[in-house]
Design a protein around this ligand. Sequence first.
Ligand code: FES
Length: 235
Amino acid sequence: MHRLNCGDILEIGETRSAFSLRDERRPCLLISAGVGITPIVSMAYQLAFEGAKFRWQHFARSSHLSDLRDALSLARFDANLTVSTDIDRYRVPAKVESLLTSDNSPDEIYVCGPAGFISAIREAATRLLPNTHVYSEAFDPIQSPKDSLPFFVRLMRTDISFEVSGQQTLIDALESNGVRVPSSCKQGICGACATRVISGMVIHMDEVLTDSEKNEENLMCPCISRGEGTLILDL
Ligand code: FES
């Protein structure tokens, strides 16, 4: 984006979302913290519109609350929404556990916020719900691809080979070798860069591909995932 000039023409792709409501409705708990409210508020509008059963727990610093209420007209969710200003790292998971064990406990959770917040909520929630019923979106990558071991890459269709250093991501190395892969988040959370692996050992670090996409469709996210030894890619 920073290399664009006034008047450049851009091709816009379809919208993508790696964090949206499942098609099947089950009683759910929405959890947000700080700017993690952004996707959650849309989910709340949708669920309220459908008359679906849900509760929404938002964590925020007190100084931001009145602005938030005015800006988003949160009052319309008053029956469903609880806002907590207690963001203590030990008490937040305990609060979530109490919501999960109360009457009307939910069957699934959608959570969005900083990476550390999401990890804490996931850990608490998966003690009481199956991992597959806890959906999350982080704004920061949960794992860093930097300072890892180097590995080699061979591109089958373009017949290019190169080494990816320990300080480089695979997608950056591809770009330096003139191969552009579609991308968006570059954090392993959107799936836009998913690329087929022909052979080699992949160290998956993304938060978006399913087990079957990794193991049966042989996909990897080169923006964050790495290889060991030599990877052969379908590029
Ligand atoms: S660009 Fe989003 S997962 Fe790779």
